[in-house]
Design a protein around this ligand. Structure first.
Ligand code: ES4
Ligand code: ZN
Length: 326
């Protein structure tokens, strides 16, 4: 069987996916027109041409500008349903979606509007394709902890619809410990906890995510290899890493896929998963991340099966729920 069809047929979970990062330029323009939002680009081609990033911040500036077209409940519904259709085609049987409420509430869009649209898409994805989905509310780490508490307050009436919390946005200068009290409160509320760490930030941020925030998974985490004691700890505790290879290349964390350390992480016995992060911006959905990485690093089918199995085991579904796919 061809590699492409083999990868698409592997049942897999996607655990690192920002739903705002699935906004394709065509939908960005359609929603801008529908909602009367002005965009800083003249055409779909001009937006695509702007997708040449030097680092995380240069991407985030564009990503937040694009997200401004998301206003109404149906915008969030259509965005997420389009993602689920692509995910289904890629063999995704379960997806845990990040969303950034502060990006929307800052523009006067209520958290409830965002959640209503996303949840309706999750229900539809289950009915149409049998995909299981969960929602993870991400706090923006470039904002302060008070702003995070205000967002949590708005989320309180909707906690039954939210599975966990995460931490994203600009990593440099915003260590996980900045959010120690907020995440302690989230844990008391029974929410799962994950955090972006070690994408651009140092290995010490991964240690803080584990020790201070008590993160159950580390999003990215690729810079752990700079600290051998940390690698040993991550291997021993089998802490899942949600690695996003195409994202890492687009944001210049690695110069190219052949230089990516995913093979090294696997060889060290870490619980590695492959994910797409912001696929509309980084050049590929999850299957393309598997395929291009396999080609660049010479991963065999046993390794691809291991990675897909890891993704299901690292998800928030129970062992009984994931048993049919393993
Ligand atoms: C993100 Cl790649 C990445 N890193 C941190 N925060 C983000 N938000 C959306 N994509
Ligand atoms: Zn991310």
């Amino acid at each position: 069987m061809e590699l492409e069809s083999y990868v698409r047929a592997l049942p897999k979970a996607e655990l690192h996916l920002h739903i705002e990062g699935t906004l394709e330029p065509e939908m960005m323009f359609a929603l801008a027109r529908r909602n009367g939002v002005a965009l800083p680009w003249a055409s779909v081609e001009a937006v695509r041409a702007a997708y040449a990033f030097a680092d995380l911040q240069s991407f985030l500036d564009l990503y937040y500008a694009g997200a401004a077209v998301l206003v109404r409940e149906e915008d969030f519904f259509e965005l997420a349903l389009a993602y689920f259709a692509r995910a289904h085609a890629d063999g995704v049987v379960h997806a845990e979606l990040f969303f950034d409420p502060q990006t929307h509430t800052a523009r006067g869009v209520a958290l409830e509007t965002v959640l209503d649209g996303l949840e309706r898409a999750c229900v539809e994805a289950r009915a149409r394709w049998g995909i299981g989905a969960r929602l993870i509310l991400c706090f923006l780490r470039h904002l302060d902890e008070e702003a995070g508490f205000a967002t949590l307050q708005q989320a309180l009436p909707h906690l039954s619809r939210i599975d966990g919390v995460g931490l994203d946005s600009s990593e440099h200068g915003h260590p996980p410990s900045k959010f120690a009290r907020l995440f302690a409160r989230c844990r008391e509320l029974g929410l799962h906890v994950v955090a972006h760490a070690g994408e651009e930030g140092p290995p010490a941020y991964i240690v803080e995510a584990l020790d201070v925030l008590k993160a159950e998974r580390i999003d990215h985490g690729v810079r752990c290899t700079e600290d051998p004691a940390l690698v040993e700890r991550l291997a021993r505790a089998q802490v899942p890493l949600t690695v996003c290879p195409l994202s890492n290349v687009k944001l210049c964390v690695f110069p190219d896929l052949a230089s990516h350390n995913l093979g090294q992480l696997l060889a060290a016995g870490l619980k590695v998963t492959i994910n797409s992060d912001d696929p509309a911006y980084f050049g590929g959905y999850v299957a393309k991340n598997y395929i291009d990485t396999a080609r660049a690093l010479g991963l065999g089918r046993a390794e691809l099966r291991r990675i897909a199995r890891n993704s299901l085991e690292a998800s928030f579904v129970s062992a009984a729920e994931r048993a049919p796919w393993l």
